[in-house]
Design a protein around this ligand. Structure first.
Ligand code: KG4
Ligand code: ZN
Length: 338
């Protein structure tokens, strides 16, 4: 059987990424990060789309060169249709369409959130692919979902956030502590040196398998304001303990819902995806759940957790095998049905 070469483009938020896959193996996965947003304390959509325009040609060029193939050998082009920032999505989407037309090869539109989950099917030494059905916990800067995955094409959201995403909970807490954006990785770093039980935050009460994180953020804000009023050096003196306690609360909220999801569905295979799954506390807690609850857990390779084009490519590849192609009139969508 012939090898299938897929070019993938991801431009949903602030990273411009291109990847080339040979079947389910990644030949290259290039990510150009945009540091411009750091000084604004969050992603500025207008600046993100401009940076995508600047980066997209060189990033795709490098991805194809690094893969060691010529663009004429490509079999299909997959791209992120949504969800994401409209201006950012349009850059990748328009580029993918033009390239598919110029090379006369099929175009495949991919849902970013499904790609975070199906990234687990990238063939990677030392990483096992999940067995269907399994539960996926997708945690990123924009989303928090528990998804029941029955096959590559049958994914059902069974729980999601009613307000902020987990990544926002991390980033907004970090901002309250005066840490730069994105603060998630920094909270993770300081938490490693702190006592997770030093401060107690109450967990939100939310129905079913849904999540809520905005209350936690407000609670942390009031707690910090009150503590700083009596001791101006409170944050500096207790940074590790504060971060460890915040992270512990977030992990407990996630684990409680995962336990309910396992009970409800009878499925005890758990895969995580999305930028926040880079968190070392979450990774450790999930690993421990294998012995503690008898779960099988799947934790992806670090470079496939945060936004990247390889995950768009693997979804493209499986759609290519089924001849699931997109029309060239397809449009980018900031919000998209699952
Ligand atoms: O998936 P992603 O790269 O972009 C989105 O689609 O949102 O996720 C980015 C999010 C940010 O909120 C960032 O703070 C968070 O992932 N993040 C982390 C860690 N690494 C990235 N949060 C906690 N601990 C980390 N180690
Ligand atoms: Zn993402």
């Amino acid at each position: 059987k012939k090898n299938i070469y897929t070019l993938a483009i991801e431009s949903s938020c602030d990273d411009t990424s291109a990847a080339v896959l040979c079947n389910d193996k990644v030949l290259s996965n290039i990510v150009a990060r945009q540091s411009i947003h750091e000084e604004y304390g969050g992603v500025v959509p207008e600046l993100a789309s401009r940076a995508h325009q600047q980066n997209i040609v060189p990033v795709i060029d490098v991805a194809i060169k690094k893969a060691g193939i010529s663009k004429e050998e490509l079999d299909c082009i997959s791209f992120t249709q949504g969800p994401g920032l409209m201006g950012s999505l349009l850059v990748g989407g328009s580029f993918a369409k033009s390239m598919s037309m110029a090379l006369n090869i099929p175009l495949i539109a991919v849902n970013h959130m499904k790609a975070h989950i199906l990234a687990h099917f990238i063939d990677e030494e030392g990483f096992e692919k999940p067995t269907f059905p399994f539960l996926a916990l997708t945690i990123s800067g924009g989303h928090t979902q528990i998804v029941q995955v029955n096959s590559f094409f049958d994914l059902k959201i069974i729980g999601e956030t009613t307000d902020d995403a987990v990544g926002e909970a991390f980033d907004k807490s970090a901002k309250i502590l005066g840490l730069p954006y994105p603060g998630g990785p920094l909270i993770d770093k300081y938490a490693n040196e702190g006592n997770p039980k030093a401060y107690k935050f109450t967990k939100p009460k939310v129905d079913g398998l849904n999540f809520s994180f905005s209350g936690l953020k407000t609670q942390i804000l009031y707690f910090i304001q009150k503590s700083v009023a009596t001791n101006p050096n409170f944050i500096e003196e207790n940074r590790n303990d504060i971060c460890a306690s915040i992270q512990y609360t977030i992990i407990t909220i996630l684990m409680d819902k995962l336990k309910s999801a396992v009970t409800q569905t009878g499925i005890n295979r758990i895969a995580i995806g999305g930028g926040v799954s880079a968190n070392s506390g979450i990774r450790k807690t999930l690993k421990e759940a294998e012995n503690k609850y008898g779960w099988t857990t799947y934790i992806p390779k670090f470079e496939y957790t945060t936004d990247n084009a390889a995950m768009i490519g693997i979804v493209g590849y499986y759609n290519f095998l089924e001849n699931n192609f997109s029309k060239n009139t397809i449009v980018s969508k900031a919000r998209i049905e699952f």
